[in-house]
Structures are given as structure tokens and as C-alpha cells.
Design a protein around this ligand. Sequence first.
Ligand code: FCB
Length: 499
Amino acid sequence: MSMLTRRRLLSRAALSATAGATGTGLRVGGTAATAAVSGGLATGCDADTDPDTDPTGGPQGNLRFPTGFSWGAATSAYQVEGATKEDGRGESVWDTFSRTPGRTRNGDTGDIAADHYHRYADDLDLMRDLGLGSYRFSISWPRIQPDGTGTPNQRGLDFYRRLVDGLHERGISPMATLFHWDLPQTLQDAGGWENRDTAYRFAEYAEVLFRGLGDRVPVWLTINEPKTVVQNGYLHGHHAPGFQDPQAAYLVAHHLQLAHGLAVETLRATDSTARIGPALNLHPCYPADDSAEAAGASHLYDGYENRLYLDSILKGSYPADVLADLGPGSRMARGIRDGDLKTISAPIDLLAVQYYTPYYVTGTGGTVTRWPTSQADWQQIYPDGMYDILTRVTRDYGPVPLTVTENGLPQADTLSPDGTVDDAGRISFLRDHMAAAHRAVTDGVPLESYHVWSLLDNFEWAEGYDQRWGLVYVDYPTQRRVPKRSALWYREVIRANGL
Ligand code: FCB
């Protein structure tokens, strides 16, 4: 059975069913990757405390990040904005998907979400009070082009202009993602990402934004996690558009990356000085045991998880093992045209890395759970994976500037009667992952910023509002914002530029 077929059978739910199935004696992941990255890049910060040997298990206030390191938080349009029917916004695939019975937990939709569309000014004040240096948000394509093409909707553009201006007024740098999964439904009806034409529509949409906001957005991210669209949207079907079609999935992988490359080329064709790059969720993959089979399966798994997106964008070729596994007759292989990889590998200015969990791969290509999981049962809590993935990218792909644009933990947070939210688990998660990022910087990784997922509790896709990922608690019935203990802790991290 090819890896592709096996992967089709896996889902986040199935992965979670493996929790606890781990026998003893699994190799501790990451130890192989702890060597300093190649190139001997200068140490960029002080490391007075080694978090690995700190008896309390946490940093003691003397891990400083380099001067100029930026601290931020992230959200995405459909997850926080609400106002899905206002000011000329069109429908997106997530409107359709979440309104379809049985697709999301409790039938939740993003219709109201955190009501950020109306409350953005207060949210901007919250960000200022936290001391954020950077805010990563996404732009809703159907607000800008309700049907995914043609004349832009001025009211949509105005919203993002107000948001971006408000960030600048508060000294916060905007980082805008062009696409965080809310494809206009009209484009989906015309074939969505299976249709090569969607990549060209995306470049047009990107140009509208570069022209409309380019003078005030210094960093653009193209596509958020193409892999999640591929795997969740087209393999497992638990994200929009909800298909289970492996052949379509990898054609979509190609078209998403083509769209990324076309947007990069489009930016270069304007006179903008803004920087641009993709936002990739990367997963360190480790063999689950010492067998040769596990090593081989883990390597191929890494191909599907990481190299399929990294090699194409940073090396200009798709990984041969993945292409071979898909087969020469696959829809993806047949969809690659001359020049596509040149476009996909158009030079980027920075690479956005999103890290949540590692994978441990068995000899038969399955996975096992090695570490405690969070409320999101697919997430194993493994801070060293942050170090491993950051150093690996630098080692294998050279010193491309990196930003962490997502890292975080969901909890069933509750608002206590005294009006506080005590999320100690999130603090220890963030502290350990930041310490791992610091170690990567110390070892020469050119990491320039870090963003917590998420600023606010929000609509967590198929999980609806059940999982709370925010630094700031959202009381949905009243939409009141309450900074959690982690937010107050993060404010001190930002103030100290370290842990
Ligand atoms: C990432 C998504 C983000 C959020 C986090 C928890 O995969 O990019 O929107 O759902 O997971």
C-alpha cells in the first residue's frame, strides 16, 4: 500500500486513537538534530540559562532574544471577524461548510466569531496594552472580491485599511496573510483549487491588495498552511471543502503552491518594498523505533509533511520520493507544467514556520503518540520539536530569514468568579517552546519574530468554539475580552525581550 493510500485512511481522529498505544523504548525524537546548524551563523543572543538543565524545568529570567526580535500574536479572518454578511462580503467555502449539518462541532459557524469586524478598535487597544510588536492577521478574499474575481469591494478594502492604520498608530507592525482558507464559494463552484485557474485568480486578488494596501503592509504571507488544505480539505474531508479524494488533494497541493509563486512574482512586478513568503506548518518526523522500516517510512512521511512544500519553494523541485509514491500518472504529476517550479521557487524574503506537533512514524507508515496530548488530540506537546524544525530548515535550506507565525495550545479555559482566567498550562507550553526557539537562535537560526496562536479565543474550524487557543478569553455571549494569565505573562516576556 502506498503512503498516499495509507495517509488517506488517517485522520486527526484516527491519529488520536493511537494515543497511549506507544510502547516503551521509542527513540526520543530530536536527539539527532541537536547538532549546530551548518554555516556557523553568529550567535545572536545571550544564553545564561540552559533550559534543559534548569532544575525547575523553566527559564529563570535570563534568556534574552536578539535586539530587534519581534513578538506578536496571530489570528485569521474567518476565525475572528464574524460579520459574514456585511459590507458586501461574498460567501466563502467555510460559510458553506460550517452551515452544513454535521460538519462542525455543535454546528458552530464563523457568523459572529469574536465579532472582531466590529470590535477591531478595542482589539487594537488590547494588542497595544500587551505590547505586541507584530500582528499577523489574514484578509478575507470574499470581502475584497465577493465572487473571487473582478472589481474590488471598496468597503472590504476600507476595513483592512482601518485595521492596518490602527496598528501603525499603536506602533504595531502588520503582517498580512493573503489566504487563510476562506476561498470565495464562487471559485469553489468553478472547481476550487483543483482548477488551475484559481491560482491565477489568486494572483489577481493579491495584486488588488498590493496596490490597495502595499504602502502600509511591510510583510505579506501568501498561503496559510497549504498542507492543511490538502490533507484536511481534500484527504480527510473534515475541513472545507470536505472532500476525500487523494488524487485531487495533491493536484491541489500543486495549484496552491503555484498560487504562492504567482503572488510572489506579482509583488515583484509592483514597486513595493514589502517582503513576502509562505506560511508552512512543519512537522518534525521521527522514526517510532530503531528499525530500518521505520526510518524509511519516516523519511517518506517527512516528504509528504515538509519537503513537498519546502523543496518546491526553496529548491525548485518536488521531492522525488513523494512524486514516485504518488505515481507518474497521478493528477498532480500530470498537472505540473513547464515553468511552474520556476514560479513556485521565485525567491522569497522570509519563511513563516508554524509548529504544533511532531510525528513518530512506524515501519508500516502509521504514527504513534509519544508525548502528552493537549485538548486538540492531534497535538503532542514536544517543545524540542520547535528546535528541531527550526534548525533543520536552516541546515537543509540555508539561512532564509524565519518567523514563527503560529505556536500555541488549546485549553478548556474558564472565567472564574473573580474575573480572571488562570491558564497555567498555556504559560508553561509557551515558555518551553520559546526557550526551544531561543536555543535555535543561539545555534545560528535566523529567526526574527515569534507569534502566539492566537490573540483571541476564536472559531477553531471543525472544532467550533470548543477549543480556546487565545491569550485573551472571549466571553462569547457578551463578547467581553478578558486577558488570561498567559497574556499578562506574555506582556512581561515582550517587555524583557526574553524569558
Ligand atoms: C493552524 C491554523 C490556525 C489554527 C491553528 C490551531 O493549523 O492555521 O488557523 O486553526 O492551527
